[in-house]
Design a protein. Structure first.
Length: 356
């Protein structure tokens, strides 16, 4: 399968390039084109993929070059235009998160995939993490009893080596919610379904938010809170409290979870292994993969879907659902509590934020 890498920034260098090299070594695919209007990105990746051609736009990269799959890893404001162009040029697409900046753009992408009959997947790679898969299995199975409440907190000082100012532009899906938050909201949707109620607060006052809080309510009385930050260190963990136990995940642990049972004082911190069997006797096999392996698994899943051998783990419909939750947050937006502000400062903050 011939692949074009569209957008050659930090995410392409750090995650997609190593995963693509691993799959090239298995003869699963070949990177045949690199596409980025900024020549710095493609220049850096030419050493990794010396046989790839270089182009400044999607149509030039894909048209007539036999590209089967385009991986769109550009800034979110470019996703809709580049994805639709790639689909219409004859390629399937794996588009990085968030799939678009607005629901309308996401719907146009889904419509283009339907019209062209091409596969469209969204790069929400955390669904491929062993810890995320295990959490979903435990919560859905009810082995820890009924879920009652959860708390998720992610973030810290912004350290991403961004080449673009888009991370800090409102019109480009900048801010912590669409950056880190889309991963959290997607996992919650995968594990728990669609929330009945979404309440949202952030500290944006004319620009993008550095801190935000999402409160969610689900059928059956399940409630939870998501805290996100770009300037304050967070615990970077998810905690789920159930009637018969609890489950905690540190988001930097791709293959480990913590859990406790009932009122038992001792808990477990477990590294996840594949289960093997000697006849009818189970035993622990090889450890499950980490972050790097999750990107390999994500691309492999899309390749298999294009070849008709597997269903997509993260479909365009899943990406669109995440966009709709982001949109619900923005529509319910309020100014986050900042008790250190005086009355005059708070009035000015409300005026700048555009909310009452």
């Amino acid at each position: 399968m011939n692949v074009a890498l569209v957008g050659c920034g930090a995410v392409a260098h750090r995650y997609y390039a190593p995963a693509l090299r691993a799959l090239e070594s298995e003869d699963v695919l070949r990177v045949r084109a690199l596409c980025d209007p900024d020549p710095r990105g493609t220049t850096d990746l030419r050493a990794t993929f010396p046989a790839a051609t270089v182009a400044g736009d999607v149509t030039a990269a894909i048209g007539g070059s036999g590209i089967d799959l385009a991986i769109v890893a550009s800034p979110p404001r470019c996703h809709a235009e580049q994805t639709i162009a790639a689909l219409r040029a004859g390629a399937a697409v794996l588009c990085e998160k968030p799939m678009a900046t607005t629901v309308a753009e996401g719907e146009a992408m889904v419509a283009a995939a339907r019209e062209t009959g091409r596969v469209l997947a969204v790069g929400l790679y955390r669904r491929f993490l062993p810890a995320a898969q295990t959490i979903g299995e435990l919560l859905r199975s009810g082995r820890l009893g009924a879920l009652r409440r959860f708390h998720c907190a992610e973030g810290g000082d912004f350290r991403w080596p961004a080449r673009s100012p888009d991370f800090f532009r409102r019109d480009a899906a900048g801010g912590v919610l669409a950056d880190v938050g889309v991963h959290t909201l997607d996992l919650l949707a995968w594990w728990l379904g669609t929330p009945q109620q979404v309440d949202y607060e952030d500290d944006a006052m004319g620009g993008v938010e550095a801190n935000s809080c999402v409160r969610l309510a689900y059928p059956g009385g399940v409630t939870g809170e998501v805290r996100l930050s770009r300037d304050t260190e967070q615990p970077n963990q998810y905690l789920f409290q159930c009637t018969d136990g609890w489950l905690r995940w540190h988001v930097h642990d791709a293959d480990r979870v913590e859990l406790g049972l009932g009122d038992v004082e001792a808990g477990f911190r477990a590294r996840l292994h594949r289960v093997a069997r000697d006849g009818t006797h189970p035993r622990l096999g090889a450890p499950r993969g980490g972050f790097e392996e999750s990107f390999v698994a994500q691309i492999r899943n899309v390749v298999d879907a294009v070849r008709g051998r597997a269903a997509l783990v993260v479909s365009a419909a899943d990406g669109l659902a995440s966009l709709r939750t982001l949109d619900a947050c923005r529509r319910s937006r309020a100014l986050i509590g900042m008790p250190w502000l005086g009355d005059a400062e708070l009035a000015r903050a409300r005026q700048l934020s555009g909310v009452r």
